[in-house]
Ligand binder design. Structure first.
Ligand code: GLP
Length: 239
């Protein structure tokens, strides 16, 4: 495949390699449009970005950021929300302007409209220069679950039971895990100019092997990335 595969010695190395790619991109273009992701995997990456900012190495003053996804029916102040996660891990610590920070809204009355508007905003920003991705145990990217058509923009999805179970750790109980989410679609993700996918840990071994096989199928959403010309996969501890 056309993927660039980078095996990191450990999680810290994975975070460092990914952060270096994003830092170099920002140094090259101070008005970079970032695509950001949540989950446990990129936490180390965000720490490195914040450290580079605090060291005076980079500034986000002219940059923009669009996040992949958000739960439906959750308040941004809820600690399990992706709004909260992004503020906590990144935005509270850097100089990106609030008006340049975008996440899909999961608490709007007209969600379909919010989804269409999100794609329009990304488009108006000139599309994402560099998109960070994690991967779900079932191969989801963003919250695009197995079976999602590859030609969808930002849309409302029902979460797979396995996804709700995997994310239960962030909630008090499984009943508190939302059943639906708003996510950039595969089409939105593929419109990014460059993609960096992080895979860490033995729970992702099956997903890793399946991605590596190169077979493209809607049953495995991450395989859509094989249709993109510039994907770097950084992985560690998958076996
Ligand atoms: C979540 C997010 C994804 C993330 C994935 C893996 O459900 N919607 O964007 O990549 O699951 O998360 P983790 O890195 O915690 O395994």
């Amino acid at each position: 495949t056309n993927f660039k595969w980078i095996e990191a010695a450990n999680y810290d190395e994975l975070s460092k390699i990914a952060a270096t790619i994003f830092i170099d991109q920002l140094k090259k273009d101070s008005a970079t449009v970032f695509g950001m992701a949540t989950g446990g995997t990129p936490e180390g990456f965000y720490k490195k970005l914040v450290a580079a900012y605090k060291a005076g190495e980079i500034s986000f003053k002219q940059a923009k950021s669009f996040n992949l996804d958000e739960y439906i029916g959750i308040n941004p102040a809820n600690e399990a929300s992706y709004h909260y996660y992004m503020d906590y891990n990144l935005f509270n610590h850097i100089d990106m302007k609030r008006e340049n920070i975008y996440l899909p809204a999961g608490n709007k009355s007209n969600l379909e409209k919010a989804a269409a508007e999100y794609d329009a905003l990304i488009n108006a920003a000139g599309n994402i220069d560099i998109q960070l991705l994690g991967i779900g145990v079932n191969g989801h990217i963003g919250f695009n679950e197995p079976g999602t058509p590859f030609d969808l923009g930002t849309n409302i999805v029902e979460l797979a039971q396995s996804t709700r179970e995997a994310n239960q750790v962030y909630f008090d109980s499984i009943d508190d895990v939302p059943t639906h989410a708003i996510t950039m679609g595969i089409k939105t993700i593929l419109s990014s100019k460059k993609i960096v996918l992080l895979i860490s840990g033995a729970s992702k071994q099956e997903a890793f092997d399946r991605l590596r096989s190169g077979v493209v199928t809607e049953d495995f959403p991450a395989s859509a990335l094989h249709n993109h010309p510039d994907v770097t996969v950084i992985y560690t501890d998958v076996k």
